[in-house]
Design a binder for this molecule. Structure first.
Ligand code: NAD
Ligand code: TYD
Length: 358
């Protein structure tokens, strides 16, 4: 029997956050679930529409830097568990403007940790309280093709303003355990993909551009490697870490699916050619366009997930070919979800990053 919880999920209107909220409500139907999300460009309340009438669910539009609001929520909802997913999450945006990354990822994470610590102290430090800080493999920097995969003891070497800001917040979560005994847990995961992924990221961007007959911008030589983790597998890992993880520990979460970017884009082209009716340009591979590389572009990420497998019994279930097929089908059948996101603000962002190909 698992502990019933009153969980605060930050960033629950974003990509992984909303998948996690749906996962938690499905797996733990008796639990109180409170979502705190500032609804930035990446947050979308529609992701949670089917839960709005659920009596155990509450959505709060608000900022993780707003300490009085967080204090009030922790108290009035008697929160015992925080799953912290709110963040500025896109590397290309962090290159254009790092300020928001420092504010939300560093200052916001600190604000949450400190508020949760005071709340935990006021409740006499209950043993079952948990603070899960969700982070990224990008804090470990870049691997060469032959380096061993990142483990939990790999030294931090972040290379982008995004990964540097996440590294800062990881260090704070760690310090709050070591200094104050606050039961924090950290997960560092690889690239997620699946439903509700905002169009600016590689996989949805390619799916949408193929449907619109637009160029498919591949950075540099397309040989950078990412490890792809289906988002539902990730949600299951976060669940297991909250239930059974050891406070103060870090768990790496990976998909066992290392793929070069160009190969991934080619797989998406072939899937779209097979599954999408009436593509404006077919075969889609002819849309592939090599563009200027991202500054500081990490060459390879790879995760050694032995610890979470051996200690907590978690393993990814979805292979990259299954997951891509599901994802392509989701984008094909949810045009009403992604079309409104291609807003004038998004077009302006797109023009800035892809000036060569836009
Ligand atoms: P996302 O950008 O899709 O969603 C982030 C959410 O946080 C949005 O709903 C946004 O409105 C909200 N938010 C932003 N600033 C906020 C603030 N100041 N206060 C409250 N809410 C705010 O991100 P995602 O891809 O779902 O990532 C979730 C977490 O997982 C992040 O911490 C990210 O660093 C981490 N992560 C993501 C990936 C990935 O592949 N997407 C990989 C590794 C780690
Ligand atoms: P992204 O989805 O932005 O995730 P991250 O940078 O956090 O790994 O990008 C995944 C990979 O795809 C990364 O190596 C950069 C590359 N990429 C492109 O080649 N073209 C694009 O238009 C985008 C958005 C990413």
């Amino acid at each position: 029997m698992t502990q019933s919880r009153r969980i605060l999920i930050t960033g629950g209107a974003g990509f992984i956050g909303s998948n996690f909220v749906h996962h938690w409500c499905r797996q733990h139907p008796g639990d109180r679930v409170v979502v705190l999300d500032a609804l930035t460009y990446a947050g979308n309340r529609a992701n949670l529409a089917s839960l709005e009438s659920h009596p155990q669910f509450r959505f709060v539009a608000g900022d993780i830097c707003d300490r009085p609001l967080i204090d009030q929520l922790l108290r009035e909802e008697a929160i015992d568990t925080v799953a912290h997913l709110a963040a500025e999450s896109h590397v290309d945006r962090s290159i254009l403007g790092p300020d928001a990354f420092i504010r939300t990822n560093v200052v916001g994470s600190f604000t949450l940790l400190e508020a949760f610590r005071q709340h935990w102290l006021a409740q006499q430090q209950p043993e079952h309280f948990r603070f899960l800080h969700v982070s990224t493999d990008e804090v470990y920097g870049s691997l060469s093709p032959t380096d061993p995969a990142f483990s939990e003891t790999t030294p931090y070497a972040p290379n982008s303003p995004y990964s540097a800001s996440k590294a800062g917040s990881d260090h704070l979560a760690r310090a709050y355990f070591h200094t104050y005994g606050l039961p924090t847990l950290i997960t560092n995961c690889s690239n997620n993909y699946g439903p509700y992924h905002f169009p600016e990221k590689l996989i949805p961007l390619m799916c949408i551009n193929i449907l619109m007959g637009k160029a498919l911008p591949v950075y540099g030589d397309g040989q950078n490697v990412r490890d792809w983790l289906y988002v539902e597998d990730h949600c299951q890992a976060l669940d297991v870490v909250i239930q059974r993880g050891q406070p103060g520990e870090t768990y790496n979460v990976g998909g066992n699916n290392e793929v070069k970017n160009l190969e991934l884009v080619e797989m998406l082209c072939d899937l779209m050619d097979e599954l999408a009716p009436d593509l404006p340009i077919k075969p889609s591979r002819q849309l592939i366009t090599f563009v200027k590389d991202r500054p500081g572009h990490d060459r390879r990420y790879a995760i050694n997930a032995t610890k979470i497998r051996t200690e907590l019994g978690w393993e990814p279930q979805v292979t990259v070919s299954e997951g891509l097929q599901k994802t392509v089908q989701w984008y094909l059948s949810h045009r009403e979800w992604w079309q409104p996101l291609l807003s004038p603000e998004y077009q302006a962002y797109y023009a800035k990053v892809y000036s060569e190909t836009a």
